[in-house]
Structures are given as structure tokens and as C-alpha cells.
Design a protein around this ligand. Structure first.
Ligand SMILES: [Zn+2]
Ligand SMILES: [Zn+2]
Length: 687
């Protein structure tokens, strides 16, 4: 499971606990056991929405709404922002994270940070800065959690001393603290997955499904499964049903992952289409070629053809070989066992049958769908009224053009057109060159044109051609991802590739056979054949095989042995080249996008690499991996002390400060903000 999803799971686990005593209308509907003693503050919500709106201009999603009317998802979005903004995601231990998040919501981020700093004896500035987080994560967590409770109690006491009205919240406060302690003590085993870092393919799930799953988890907290007693029959049945559900969810995931239309480079997420589009497995196949550590760049390209096996002294071809590139270049199995290669083969095979006009026995006519034959689809030979002058023609299916859109690091493939090319081998300056035939009188050109013209309609009758288009898009997207350095994990890619086992590499050749009287050729016996035939005759009759007798018999044998029926053969060759040479950028029309107002759904890239920080074993944040960092935001020397984002060359006037004898880097804005906080803090602390 990816980083984002683990984080989201953790957040979704903690949110209801934190809000339990905060309340809020929607949560009361969702979690009927919760008390309604407070709700989301309209002013705070408005302020948050305003900020969102400024950030995402042209987005109608963020319009001011009554907090009592917003959905559970809206509430989650609001709190998830708080969760991230105040760096709850950086705290490794679930219990500690829970305590901190609870304080952020209950007493505000500044007080929360102060308590954390008190509890871990770091210097007090009222922000959960890089230094504090590092200390927090390195401490013995039980001890730290106790200290947090102590500090929190002390702080509450201080509040009561200063402002007497606080006293009336004492019971609620104690109640809250008790719940937290109890939950940490009993609660979280087996629920949290953040630390395991498991990459199980089955766990790759789309947000929606996971949200649903989480919801059921939240309503019925998981029981402690560490008990060792044997499973009852009911438990076994429940478990089986659970597996069933997981299987269904996996199938659903597969469908969802077959709707990829692009990639968001910044968030490292796939952009989904509304309906079927690029398949994850196809894209993984393409990326596995481009990211193959043992493959030279010059070989990084996918291609397929069915090539006749040429044997010496053979009058006609008998077999053909499925040839995949780059496999052939390096004599290694790279794509040949994949579903991807299977689709290339099937599409190529079908095109060959259609070009020959016969089925695989070489005789039975290929029946074209009526709609298409009405539009002029027929075999290549039929274009020439049954005559053909060459032994074989070569047809290739290739992308004609592909339209893409690139906006804010979002790369989206729109339309991809496929064409059929008739190619001829020509000798150019003593070199053989594969040339696209352009002679409009050539039957191969005419056939190829017809296929290009009818391709979309062909796809409706033969779904394999639709799949081929998806494959071509997968190649275009994979190539862009590779060239634009979207990070992928080579091992994880392998797990996503659908394999087709036990495929035959050699298959009978496809051909068109023509035989008839006009090609009957008389064949005579040779003298040697006549002598042999005479000998056989004499032996059979029990006579001696003397020269005299042989001569007599030979004279009686007629010259004509029989007729040889000359078969005329016609083959088609060629293949499929999915590499698009004609990428066309689509101009973006801003206004139209606004009108639409619906955002594209995005999902995490399941083969995004997970890198563990060498210092702390925490997962390195995605945005840092994208910038080729291998230490997490807490241990990276180049992340900002305040916001923990990387300070890059693009950030103007970064500042350096020595804090507690260590040198830290700040974004310009962050350093200003930090100064403001330091100047304000004085009236807050001291408890
Ligand atoms: Zn680290
Ligand atoms: Zn910063």
C-alpha cells in the first residue's frame, strides 16, 4: 500500500476519536453514539474555504456553505488539511500522533506544540518544528505519552488559574484525558498499518473503496486478534466471507485501474477517465521496458511482428514466429509472456487474415461484417481483381497521431488514431529500407487505406482493435512518464503485469492458396524412375530382374507420370509498431474547464517507489522522492525547519539559522512566519 493511503487510513482512524467529544452534525449521523456538544465552527470553516478558493482558482467546489449542511466527506477534507498542515503525518507512533492531533483540534496547534515540547524537553517555541519532531520520534513512546498527559493537565490547571470560567470544563477535560489514555492502552493494535510498509498488490485500492472499508472499520472497531484460541466455525465462515469480499474488491480495483488517461507528475497519481481507457497492466509492461535496468536505451521500444521461418531448400513457408521487441534484440524474455504481447499478436493475426481474405486453413473465405464490406472492406487481393504480382505484402498497424494535453504537470492523453501502412522493402544505396508504400494503384496501399479509414468501425466489431488502441496509448503515456522521470519501482511494476503463460512461439503460417486447371503442369517419368518401377513390378510378380526383362517392361511404361498442380501462394507479413511519431499538443481552453467544474479523479500510482529513510525507517515523502531525496523530511538537511518541505533552487532567498547549535534552513516566508511566532509566544507559555 502506498504512502498516501496509509496516511489517509491513519487519519480516518483517528478522526472520529478526536471528534468524539467535539461533535458536529454530520458525524452524529454517521456515528450515532457520539454526543452533540459542539460542532464545526462556521467562521473557521469559511476561512478555510476562502484559502482553498484562492489556491484553486476557477474551482466552483469551494463555495461558502452552511456547516450544518456539508457532507461527511467535506468534513474529512477540512480536518485532513489540518492534520497535514500541523504535521501530524510526521509523527511515527500512532498513539503519540493521536494525542497530538487531539490537542491540535481541542486546544489549538500552538498549545499542542508547546505541550509536545514540554513533554520531550525541547526548546519551547510553540511550533512542531523539525527539531521537535525528530526528538518526539526518537523518544521512548510510552514515557513520552505519559509526559504529554502530565503536561496537558498542568496546562489546563494554568488555564483555570488564569481564567476562572475554564474550571467548568474540568469534568469534560478529565473525561477526554481518560478516554485517550484508555484507547492508547488497549486500542490500536492490529489497526494501524503505517509501520508495516507492506506493498501487497491486493492492498492497492482506490480511495472510495477504502473509505467504505474504513467506515465499516470505524463503526465496528476491530477486536484484538492476538488471542490464540482456535477459531470457531462462525469465525471461519466470517473469514471466508471476508476473503470473498476482498476478492470482489480486487476485481473492482482492476476495473478502476483500467481507466487511466494520464498522470499528475506533482502528486504522482494517475488521472482517471470516466470509462475504460489505458489498462494498468499494459502501462506497467511499457514502463518495465523503459525502466529495465539491464536494457540499453537504444533497445527501449516495443514492437511486434509475425515473421516467416525461412529454411533452406524449402519451396514454401510453413511456420511463422511471434517476434517481440525488445526481447529479440537482447535474446531475453521481456514482454513476450505478457497480456500486452498477446494483444499485439491477436490484433496482428486478425489483420493478416483480413488482408488475405481467408481463414487460417488458407482456403475458407474470411467473412467481413456486412456493414464493413458494404463500405468497401475486402482482402488485399480482391483490390486487384484476383491477380497478384508479388509473393507477399507487408502491413503494419501504427499510431497515426496522438493528441495530448499538458497542464500544471498533468499529462493527459486524449485521442489516438491508428492507421495501417503498407510497406515495401526498397534498396536505397545498397541498404535495405522499409518504406511506406504511397503508390495509389498498388493493391497493398489500397487495402491499408481502407483499414485506416474503417479502423474505428472495425474496433466495434473486433474488440481486440480497441484494446490495441489502449496499448498504443499506454506506450505513449509510459514513454512520457519515463522521459519526465516519474518515479516507479521496477519490482512493483512486475507485480502489476498480467502474464499469459504457455504461449506457442511458432505457429503455422497464414497464406492464401490459389489452385486451378490453368496451372496444371504435366510431369514425366525419368529414365531412372522407369527402371526402378520395372524392377519393383518384376519382383512383385516373382520374375528374375534381368536386364532383358527390365528393358521390356520399361518400354511399356508411358512417359506421363501425372500432373503437378501448381499452387500459388500469397502471404502477408508486417506487424505492429506502437510508437507514436506524431504527438500533437492540444491547446488548453481555460474557460471551458471552468464551466465543467468537475475535477478528474486521481489515484495513487501503485508502483510508486517506497523508500525508507535511512535515519528513522519512516517512509520518505513522495514529493521528496520525486526530487531524488532519500531521507525523510525530518532528517533531510535541505528541508525547511518550519514547514518541512524541501528548500530548492527555485525558492528565493532561503535563510539559514543556528538553533540549539544546529544549522537549519528556512524558506524566506517560513523564516518570517517563525519570527512572528517567536515574538508572540511570550504570553502563552509557562505552565
Ligand atoms: Zn527520517
Ligand atoms: Zn518552509
Amino acid at each position: 500500500m502506498g504512502f498516501d493511503q496509509q496516511l489517509m487510513e491513519r487519519f480516518q482512524l483517528l478522526l472520529p476519536y478526536v471528534l468524539e467529544l467535539e461533535g458536529g452534525q454530520v458525524y452524529i449521523q454517521e456515528y450515532p453514539n457520539l454526543k452533540d456538544n459542539s460542532r464545526l465552527n462556521q467562521d473557521q470553516y469559511n476561512e478555510w474555504l476562502n484559502k482553498k478558493q484562492q489556491k484553486n482558482q476557477n474551482n466552483s467546489k469551494y463555495q461558502i456553505r452552511d456547516v450544518s449542511l456539508i457532507t461527511k466527506e467535506d468534513i474529512q477534507e477540512y480536518y485532513y488539511d489540518i492534520f497535514l498542515q500541523h504535521k501530524c503525518d510526521k509523527i511515527v507512533d500512532l498513539g503519540t500522533c493521536y494525542q497530538y492531533f487531539d490537542m491540535v483540534i481541542n486546544i489549538g496547534p500552538q498549545n499542542a506544540a508547546l505541550i509536545m515540547q514540554k513533554a520531550c524537553n525541547s526548546s519551547l517555541d510553540g511550533v512542531l518544528n523539525k527539531n521537535t519532531i525528530s526528538i518526539v520520534n526518537n523518544m521512548e513512546q510510552n514515557k513520552l505519552q505519559k509526559s504529554i498527559i502530565e503536561a496537558r493537565k498542568k496546562q489546563f490547571q494554568k488555564f483555570c488559574d488564569v481564567k476562572v470560567f475554564c474550571k467548568k470544563f474540568e469534568r469534560d477535560f478529565n473525561n477526554r484525558i481518560n478516554k485517550i489514555q484508555e484507547r492508547i492502552l488497549k486500542g490500536f493494535q492490529n489497526i494501524d498499518k503505517t509501520k508495516s510498509g507492506s506493498n501487497n498488490q491486493q492492498e492497492v485500492a482506490i480511495k472510495n473503496i477504502q473509505n467504505k472499508e474504513m467506515k465499516s472499520k470505524l463503526i465496528q472497531p476491530k477486536v484484538n486478534q492476538s488471542q490464540k484460541s482456535p477459531m470457531s466455525q462462525k469465525q471461519v465462515i466470517d473469514k471466508l466471507q471476508q476473503n470473498q469480499i476482498e476478492k470482489i474488491q480486487k476485481d473492482m480495483n482492476i476495473q478502476i485501474f483500467n481507466k487511466i488517461k494520464g498522470v499528475n507528475k506533482v502528486t504522482s497519481q494517475f488521472i482517471l477517465d470516466k470509462s475504460e481507457n489505458i489498462h494498468l497492466s499494459d502501462l506497467a509492461t511499457v514502463l518495465s521496458v523503459y525502466n529495465d535496468p539491464n536494457l540499453d536505451d537504444q533497445y527501449k521500444g516495443i514492437c511486434f511482428s509475425l515473421d516467416p521461418i525461412v529454411l533452406p531448400n524449402q519451396e514454401e513457408f510453413k511456420q511463422q514466429e511471434k517476434v517481440c521487441w525488445p526481447d529479440k534484440f537482447v535474446n531475453r524474455n521481456i514482454i513476450q509472456d505478457t497480456e500486452f504481447a498477446q494483444i499485439l499478436f491477436e490484433a496482428d493475426y486478425l489483420l493478416k487474415l483480413m488482408s488475405l481474405g481467408v481463414q487460417d486453413d488458407g482456403k475458407t473465405p474470411f467473412v467481413y461484417p456486412k456493414e464493413l464490406s458494404d463500405k468497401g472492406l475486402k482482402s488485399c487481393i480482391a483490390f486487384g481483381k484476383g491477380q497478384f504480382t508479388r509473393l507477399f505484402y507487408r502491413f503494419w498497424l501504427v499510431p497515426e497521431s496522438c493528441i495530448y494535453k499538458l497542464e500544471d504537470n498533468k499529462y493527459i492523453l486524449n485521442d489516438l488514431k491508428i492507421m495501417c501502412q503498407a510497406r515495401q522493402i526498397e534498396r536505397v544505396n545498397s541498404q535495405l529500407k522499409d518504406k511506406d508504400a504511397q503508390d495509389i494503384n498498388d493493391i497493398s496501399y489500397q487495402f491499408a487505406q481502407k483499414i485506416s479509414e474503417l479502423y474505428d468501425e472495425l474496433s466495434k466489431h473486433y474488440p481486440i482493435f480497441k484494446r490495441l488502441q489502449q496499448l498504443f496509448k499506454a506506450v505513449a503515456l509510459g514513454k512520457w512518464m519515463y522521459q519526465n522521470k516519474v518515479k516507479v519501482d521496477y519490482q512493483k511494476l512486475q507485480a502489476q503485469i498480467i502474464k499469459v503463460k504457455n504461449q506457442q512461439k511458432l505457429i503455422p503460417i497464414l497464406k492464401f492458396e490459389q489452385n486451378g486447371d490453368e496451372v496444371k503442369i504435366p510431369v514425366n517419368f525419368t529414365q531412372a524412375e522407369k527402371i526402378q518401377k520395372a524392377k519393383d513390378y518384376l519382383i512383385e510378380k516373382g520374375h528374375a530382374t534381368t536386364q532383358n526383362l527390365i528393358d521390356q517392361v520399361v518400354q511399356q511404361i508411358p512417359d506421363l507420370k501425372g500432373y503437378q498442380i501448381q499452387k500459388q501462394m500469397f502471404y502477408t507479413m508486417g506487424g505492429i509498431d506502437p510508437n507514436c511519431q506524431n504527438m500533437i499538443e492540444q491547446k488548453i481552453m481555460k474557460e471551458k474547464e471552468v464551466e465543467k467544474g468537475n475535477e478528474d479523479e486521481e489515484i495513487e500510482i501503485p508502483f510508486f517507489p517506497c523508500i525508507k529513510c535511512k535515519e528513522c525507517q519512516r517512509m520518505v515523502e513522495k514529493q521528496l522522492i520525486n526530487l531524488d531525496q532519500n531521507k525523510c523530511s525530518i532528517h533531510n538537511d535541505f528541508t525547511c525547519f518550519l514547514c518541512l518541505e524541501l528548500v530548492t533552487n527555485e525558492d528565493k532567498e532561503p535563510r539559514c539559522c543556528v538553533i540549539n547549535k544546529f544549522k537549519y534552513i528556512f524558506h524566506k516566508e517560513c523564516s518570517e512566519e517563525y519570527e512572528t511566532i517567536l515574538n508572540k509566544k511570550k504570553d502563552l507559555i509557562d505552565f
